[in-house]
Structures are given as C-alpha cells and as structure tokens.
Design a protein around this ligand. Sequence first.
Ligand code: HEC
Length: 506
Amino acid sequence: MSVAQAAEAEPSAAALFNEHCAVCHGEGRLGGTGPALIPETLGRMYGPKLEKVIAEGRPATQMAGFSDQLTAEQIAAISRYVETPLAEVPRWSVEMANESLELNPDYKPAKAPVFTADPMNITLVVETGDHHVSVLDGDTFEVLDRFATPFAVHGGPKFSPDGHYVFIMSRDGWVQKYDIWSLQVVGQVRAGLNSRNIAMSHDGRWLAVANYLPRTLTILSTEDLSVVTVRDVVARDGTPSRVSAVYQAPQRESFVLALKDAPEIWEIATSPNAGPFHDGFVHSHEQSMEEQLGAEEGLFARRRILIDEPLDDFFFSPDYRNLIGANRDGDKGVVVNLDVGRAISELPLPGMPHLGSGISWERNGSRVMATPHLKEGVLSVIDMKDWSLVRQIKTMGPGFFLRSHENSPYVWADVFFGPNKDKMHVIDKQSLEIVKTLDPAPGKTVAHVEFTKDGSYALVSIWEDDGAVIVYDAKTLEEVKRLPMRKPSGKYNVWNKITFDDGTSH
Ligand code: HEC
C-alpha cells in the first residue's frame, strides 16, 4: 500500500470503527461497556491475534465476532486503526473523573461482618479469566462471595488499614470499592484512562492512582470515591511523564512515585504538616523566598528527588528510609536514601531484577532482601546493611513473584517464564538452598503465593483459565486442597497486607 492509499484507508477504518465498535468501546476508543482499544492497553495483542479476536469474538461475553459482517480486509484495517496511538493525549480532569462515579444502589453498610469467618484472615483471589474476585475464608477456604470487577484488574488491590474495605484498580483506570464486612460492591469511579496501580495513604483516607494516560497522578477520597485532585506529572525540565507505579510509605506518611520518562522520584505527602519542600537547591531560607523557589507544603505537597536516570520497580527497606530501584537497562540496582533525597549506592543486578516483588527477612542477625529476575533464572540475595550481593540462587528459569511469611522458614519462588513455568521452588531462608521443587500441574503456569494470616498455609495459583488455587501446608509442603478458579493471578490476605508482614511485597 502506498502512503497515499494508506491515508485514504485510514478514514474508512475510523468510519468502520465508529459504525461497529464505538457503541461499546467508545467514540474516542477510550472504552465504555467494552475495554479501551488503544496501544497502551492492547500491549502484546497486535496483528493476527487482534484480528482473530475481532473476527471470532470472545465466548460468553458481549464481544461477538464480526467475521460475518466484515471482510478480512476490513478487520485488518480496524485492527491497524486501534493499534495506532491516539493523535492527542486525552484530558481526564477532576470533573470528568467525578462524573464517571457509579454507586451500587443496593449497597447497605454492615455494622459488623455478615459472616462468622475471621475478617482478618480473609484472602481475596483475583480471577483474571472472567474478571471476578473470590473472597476466601482463610481458615476453611470456603468462598464467601464472588463479585465482578472492572475489565482487566491491574496491580495489587489495597485494603483500608482496618481491613474493612478493599480497592481494586483496572487497566482502564477504574477503581472499585468493595465492603468486605457486608460482602458488597460499594461503587466505582474512573480515575485515569490507562493506569498502573494504586496505593493507600497511611491514615486510610486517600488513594493514589498512577496513570500512563494522561500523564497524571489521581488522588481519591476512600470515603466516597470522589476525586480530590488530578496532579500533572511534569519533570523539572518540563517533560510530562508517565507514572510507572505509586507506592505507599506509611512510616513516611507519603506516597512515593516512580516516574517513567524522567530521572526523578516524587514523594507526595499524605499529612497536613508536610514540607515545605523546595524544588532543587535552596540558596535562601528566607520566608519571602519560598514562593519563588517553588516550595510546596501541607497535604499532597510534592518533593522531587533528582536521580541520574529513570528508575522503576522499587523495593523499600522495612523502615522506608531506603529504596532500591532498577535502571532501564536492567543491569543494576540503585539505592536511594529517601531522607537525604539522593542515590547512595549501586549494585550489579544483571538480568532485569523485578524489585517490586522483592521481600526481606532476618538471616544470621542481619537483614537480607531477595529479588527475582525477569530475564535470568536466578534470585539475588542482598545484604541490606552494606548493599552487597550475598548470593545468587540458581533457579529453573526466570521468576516473577517471591513470597514468605514471618512464621515460615521458607521463601516460595515461582518460575514464571520458560519451559519450567509449572515449577515452584521452596527455599530455606537461612541456608539459601532450594529444599523442594513443587510440580503440582505439569505443563501449566504455576505462580504467585500468599500465606494465611498465621503463615500455616500457602496458597498457590494454577494460572490458567481452567485453573485453581492450591492450598499447601506451609510446614510439610503437602497439598491440602484444590479450589477451581478462572485464571487466578494474585492473592491477597487482609492481615498480611495491612500489617506489612515480613515476606510480602508491597
Ligand atoms: C456489544 C458491545 C461490543 C461491540 C459492538 C464490540 N465489542 Fe469488542 N469487546 C466488548 C467487550 C465487553 C469486551 C471484553 C470481553 C472480555 O471479557 O474478554 C470486548 C473485547 C474486545 C477486544 C479485546 C480487548 C482486550 O484487551 O482483551 C477487542 C480487540 C475488541 N473487543 C475489538 C472490537 C472491535 C474492533 C469491535 C468492532 C468491530 C468491537 N470490539 C465491537 C464489547 C463489544
């Protein structure tokens, strides 16, 4: 096709989209009853894969196939159209976000849990196969409720500090609030158009949403899901930046943001007494100078930490004074001291460390942390006092998640990528040796572990559409139960998450 022909074909693809798809996927491709259709969300689903979904649809959903209405050429043209980036970054203001609020008209708050199970030992299972969450009793493993989530949950759900509510975010930026005590959905609001994850403030009042589209951070009130502010994320030199992730730093009373497109880390205060924070170097502390220096203070005041190159995927020390971030080339870790606000150390971590699922524990009287690598079959164990590499544990392939519990002598490490994706290593926290390799579903992806409140059981996902959650006795490593689930991904125990248990990533 010549350039001129392509230019002519484009409007017809747009017209076809508007005629057949816009009713569900939105005029501007930003979603409606169906998900957004933009390169940011389609990700690896392009070309033939995309055409197949359009032609054949998705069984048991509103997405019917179009092979009887559209020719193969038309389907290919629409497919190329939805793969094209939007001409402009769309706006998503406080007002627009607040207009999207949908409350469940049947929701009734409960004064106490409507079930007899221990509310602190509830575990949520995200089932990505059909976009649901199962609410498990962590003692009996009975499913207390199963509710529909927005399309494509992304990042970990976040609990209120008392464990009463949970907030769940989708790739298209919807944030859903669920009342665990009454087992009911409260409502949902669209905080961004394409979003990465959420974080809860130390006092449970605010929820921060990291967005790719637009380049913003949204802050919601957890009480009524109202959007209180949408903050443009712009680097000191004026470059707008996506937010790779937002983290909760309760001891610091702040949110910490990883900027994707700028060599900066942002800290946003969640306390009214914060600041003033000066942008860059301060030559004068005179009160009258503060405005000119761009000082911010109070609730949601921003502090910029300048670094040499963009970092993402953070691991925090338990006191939240230091973080380790991975550089873009995926070959080193950079330690940033958040108190002094600069990088203090570097260590070689080749093979794309996945620091976001790093965990730490006490070993021989000192604290170590471990991280899997996305491109190499090793786990790196690091001494957190001097940031030296203690050991690299060889695994059967690159892993994604790592989990332990303060009452467990073991670390559980999946082998997410490659031919051994069905294996799960169990590693001794002291000797750093693999003590057992589980193989519960040969040929299937076996991944992600969560413990029950007291650490006596470990829950493992068979990450397939006709998958399951396997319950293991965490001491004997024997299988106790298998609960059928639709492509279960992450599992989240109320107690382990709200107490920031050693062994869980945050
Ligand atoms: C009646 C509503 C409706 C119409 C019309 C519709 N879709 Fe969909 N579409 C959906 C829903 C709902 C889903 C989510 C299905 C699921 O749960 O997997 C979806 C999913 C998709 C997906 C997969 C997205 C993903 O991230 O997994 C693609 C691609 C898609 N639709 C393309 C199209 C195109 C192109 C058209 C027009 C030719 C179209 N759809 C028309 C409702 C619709």
